[in-house]
Write a protein that binds this ligand. Structure first.
Ligand code: NDP
Length: 323
């Protein structure tokens, strides 16, 4: 069987591809925006030495029609991870975040459903952003049953909410196709970097460089669990038609900064003076998201987040991404 991974050069996708290559059960095709971009493609080829099936890279852009039908040709299973993930200027968020996320998801769905396609299942990488963007009474613990309200969201959050809705609506409304859908909805993802650091890892990088993070603390998860859930969702019968939220725990940036300081200050990173200005008491932050379904249904076990933070730092150093 052949698996297509869209956005194969991304932080999360690199872990998914690595896992698939190591398991050696599937042929893999990946989409990238530019097959000649060495900086982005080399980390993909470097993931596993002499894999059983070498990965094939093809061009496809979420903003263009061309390329998607060809990308899906001969493919049995799709992992749609590609989506813009950065903090955009509010005036440009429609053009830079929402349109590529939503139209791109529609293009992938249409290619999966097109005549001649043999795609059986598509797993879409959604987000906690599609779950938590709605008002709930105090003390509410978010689960996969919750949906963000587009009226209460903007920017990245809106892009993920609308993109995920597009996928579910497509599967519900298009009677001609036969493929199954599941979504993986991670909270903020950290963990070892295989190529470039994405937006979430850049927060850890900033803290190592002595910069105060903008965020106080929300749900976090390790990229290794996110990759495991994607790969398991490809074949598990129980995954069909389901959303899987991944959140190991709340992570206070203040705690993360203290863990980083403990290990890396003596190695020349920091300064960590900003910790004194940081707010937050771990014990006072209520649990916001229940990420247990992925453990119950898929047997995915979460890393301890302290380990994830330190593994993130170590990989940034090893890859020369922080000096
Ligand atoms: P990255 O920025 O590392 O990866 C995003 C991927 O999407 C890249 O491969 C990028 O390609 C691709 N992409 C972006 N825009 C386009 C476009 N217009 N056309 C084609 N490809 C495009 O982020 P992550 O790995 O962190 O994110 C992967 C997925 O996980 C996204 O769907 C994101 O929303 C979701 N997610 C991430 C979380 C996190 O904390 N990291 C949390 C929850 C969900 P290129 O390399 O060319 O830029």
């Amino acid at each position: 069987q052949t698996v297509l991974v869209t956005g194969a050069s991304g932080f999360i996708a690199l872990h998914i591809v690595e896992k698939l290559l190591k398991e050696g059960n599937f042929k893999i095709r990946g989409t990238v925006r530019d097959v000649n971009n060495k900086e982005k493609c080399k980390p993909i080829y470097d993931l596993v030495k002499d894999p059983k099936y070498p990965i094939e890279l093809v061009h496809a852009d979420l903003g263009e029609d061309k390329g998607w039908k060809e990308a899906v040709e001969g493919v049995d299973l799709v992992l749609h991870t590609a989506s813009p993930f950065f903090f955009a200027d509010p005036e440009k968020s429609e053009e830079e975040l929402i349109r590529p996320a939503v139209d791109g998801t529609k293009r992938v769905m249409e290619a999966c459903a097109a005549e001649g396609s043999k795609v059986q299942r598509c797993i879409v990488t959604s987000s906690l952003a599609s779950i938590m963007g709605c008002e709930k009474p105090e003390g509410h613990i978010f689960t996969e049953k919750d949906w963000s309200d587009p009226e209460q969201c903007d920017g990245y959050r809106l892009s993920k909410t609308l993109a995920e809705k597009t996928a579910w609506d497509f599967v519900k409304s298009n009677k001609g196709h036969t493929f199954e859908l599941a979504t993986i909805n991670p909270s903020m993802v950290i963990g070892p970097v295989r190529g470039r650091p994405g937006t979430s890892v850049n927060m850890v990088k900033a803290m190592m460089k002595g910069e105060k993070p903008q965020m106080v603390g929300i749900g976090f998860v390790d990229v290794r669990e996110v990759a495991e859930a994607h790969v398991k969702a490809l074949t598990m019968p129980e995954a069909v038609g389901e959303r899987f939220m991944l959140s190991a725990d709340n992570l206070l940036m203040k705690d993360a900064a203290e863990w980083i300081k403990e290990v890396y200050e003596s190695k020349g990173y920091g300064p960590f003076d900003y910790i004194n200005e940081m707010e937050g008491d771990r014990k006072k932050i209520p649990k916001l998201a229940d990420g247990s379904k992925v453990t119950t249904v898929m047997d995915v076990k979460y890393h301890d987040l302290k380990q994830s933070v330190l593994d993130t730092c170590e990989s940034l150093i090893q890859n020369g991404l922080v000096k």
